[in-house]
Structure formats: C-alpha cells, structure tokens
Design a protein around this ligand. Structure first.
Ligand code: GLV
Length: 327
C-alpha cells in the first residue's frame, strides 16, 4: 500500500501530480476555505504525511488521532499553528519553508512601509473615487522614507533582508533581537538597541519577530506611547504579537501617525474592523510571501520534505530536530 498524503488546501496541478506520482494523495479542494476540523482529524488518522497551511491547527489532539503520521510539511516559515513539543513526543517531523520566501516577504514588508508612508492605497482610492480634480501643493502629502531611521524588531533572515532594502534608501538601521547580529552590524551598519531605545528613536518600527511565548502580546499601549508621534508601525510577521486594541487606541489618540499591517489577531478581519475606517492604516490580507515564484517554491519545499521523511531521508528544513532523538 502506498503512503497516504493529505493536502489541506487546494494546490496547483504540478504539486498535486508530483505527490500523486508516488503516494496515495487526497486534497481539500476548496481554495478559499480551511478544511473543517472533523475532516482533518479523520484524514490524519490514516495519513503518513500532511501538507498544511497556517490556518490548520496542528495540536496534541490531532497527533493523538494519528497512527502512522511521520511528517507535517507546513507551507510557511512560521510554525505557530503547530504544537512542536507534542509533535516531537509523537515522533512527527515538522518542516517549514524558510529561505525560499525571505526576499519576497522582505519586498512586501518594504512595499507596505512605502505604501503607508506615501499614502499609496489612499491615493489610488482617491483617483478611483473621482476626487482628483487638480494638483495641489499639499494634496495627499506623505512622509519621506529615505534618510529616516528604521527600527527592525526581529532581525532574522527576513529582518536582515528588510535592512538591506532600507540601506538602499539611505536609512539608518536600528534593530532589536534576542541575539546580536554581527553580520548585519558589519555589512549594513545596523545598530543594536533595547526594545525601548528602538521604539523611542525609530521613525519606522517594523515587526518581523516570530510568534512564540516570548513575543505574544509584545506590543502593548505603553510601547506605542514610547514611539514618536510621527512614527509609522509596520507588522508583517504575526498579528498576536500586537495587542490590536492597544494599536487602535494609539492610532485614535494620535500617539503614532500610521500603521501598515499584513497580519492581524484574527484573520481574515471583518469588514467592520476599525482599521478599515482609518485612512492612515494600510491593511493587507497576509500576502507577505504571495508571489507565483515563491508560493511554488514553498510547495516544492513541502514536497521535498515529505519525500525525504517518507523515504527515510533527511528533510532539509526540519524544525523540531529533537524528533530525531525520540524513538
Ligand atoms: C507566512 O506567514 C509564513 O509564515 O510563511
């Protein structure tokens, strides 16, 4: 009997066929809706591998239903939807898709920063709504990005790639991270700051930290209050790192100037979410890695990881390395 692979979201033919050439494959076929929990729990009971996306909760209950599950290949660099400890206890390898999305996500993060500073989405709406009647000296004026200070919270691969882009805009680069990043300091002139120091000094605060127990709720009202009144806050990592209500209040109280957000506490946000009524907030639907090239590369990485684990090889991007010691 061929190993059984369950794919939790519709993937392009090329990816499906690659897996189907070797395995018995089933796929949840609704492109815009997550697989219902009961179906996922049922499928996992006979699966050798899962190809998951960030909307799937991969927890202890799910592992407890599995009898032959060896690998979960999550189509994301973030693995906050997965209980890693439980995975290791159940001997399941968890793989993510780092590297292939670094530059693409950095591009989007910098796009969001530029779009928020230069009011790009607001200006495009202005034209569409027929409000552009003339040129005016102060019409839709934004804020300069070049020669300003960017403060990157979370200087991993994507943070460093954003710093590179910032260097091209002649920005001063500040960063806060668990560990010092000597390469970024030497190559890009990045300067380490305490979190408070960064918040007080930066013109653009860019959150790129992973979501974990240390970062959940990292940004509270007091953090926004420490920022400059002209500061622009960008989040391209995970929504729950921010107390969203605190950000709303900080924007309403004009404690900061604007926000560009690709991620939210609960996704998708409702059409009546307060952010959507704020002209100084640019909201995007979690599209950091969304280019054809990168999404295909992410899915290929998932396939490689599934193939490696099922064929007793070494997955290239194993997250819970300790699984190798649980037998
Ligand atoms: C997307 O958010 C990812 O973690 O890759």
């Amino acid at each position: 009997m061929k190993p059984f692979v369950y794919v939790t979201r519709q993937v392009p033919d090329a990816i499906y066929k690659r897996l189907a050439a070797k395995y018995d494959v089933e796929m949840w076929k609704e492109a815009d809706k997550a697989v219902p929990r009961e179906i996922l729990l049922d499928k996992v009971s006979k699966a050798d591998a899962l190809l998951t996306v960030i909307t799937d909760v991969v927890d202890e209950e799910l592992f407890s239903r599995a009898s032959s599950l060896k690998v979960v290949a999550n189509m994301a660099v973030g693995i906050d939807n997965i209980d890693l400890d439980a995975a290791s206890r159940y001997g399941v390898s968890i793989c993510n898709t780092p590297d292939v999305l670094t530059d693409t996500t950095a591009d989007l993060t910098f796009t969001l920063l530029l779009a928020t500073a230069r009011r790009v989405t607001e200006a495009a709406e202005f034209v569409k709504e027929g409000k552009w009647t003339s040129w005016a000296p102060m019409m839709l004026v934004g804020t300069d990005v070049h020669h300003k200070k960017i403060g990157i919270v979370g200087m991993g691969k994507i943070g460093t790639a954003v710093a590179k882009r910032a260097a091209g805009f002649d920005m001063d680069i500040l960063y806060h991270n668990r560990n010092r990043h000597e390469v970024a300091e030497e190559m890009l002139g990045a300067q380490y700051r305490s979190l408070d120091g960064l918040l007080e000094e930066a013109d653009f605060i860019v959150c790129l930290a992973p979501l974990n127990d240390d970062t959940r709720g990292l940004f509270q009202r007091e953090h926004f209050q420490k920022m400059k009144k002209e500061a622009i806050f960008i989040n391209a990592s995970r929504g729950p790192i921010i107390n969203e209500q605190a950000l709303i209040e900080a924007l309403e109280a004009k404690e900061i100037a604007a926000a560009g957000l690709d991620v939210f506490d609960k996704e998708p946000i409702h059409t009546d979410h307060p952010f959507l009524t704020m002209k100084n907030v640019v909201s995007l639907p979690h599209i950091g890695s969304a280019t054809k090239e990168t999404r295909m590369a992410m899915m290929r990485t998932c396939c490689e990881n599934i193939e490696a684990v099922i064929d007793d090889g070494h997955p290239r991007t194993l997250v819970n390395k300790e699984v190798l010691h649980f037998d």
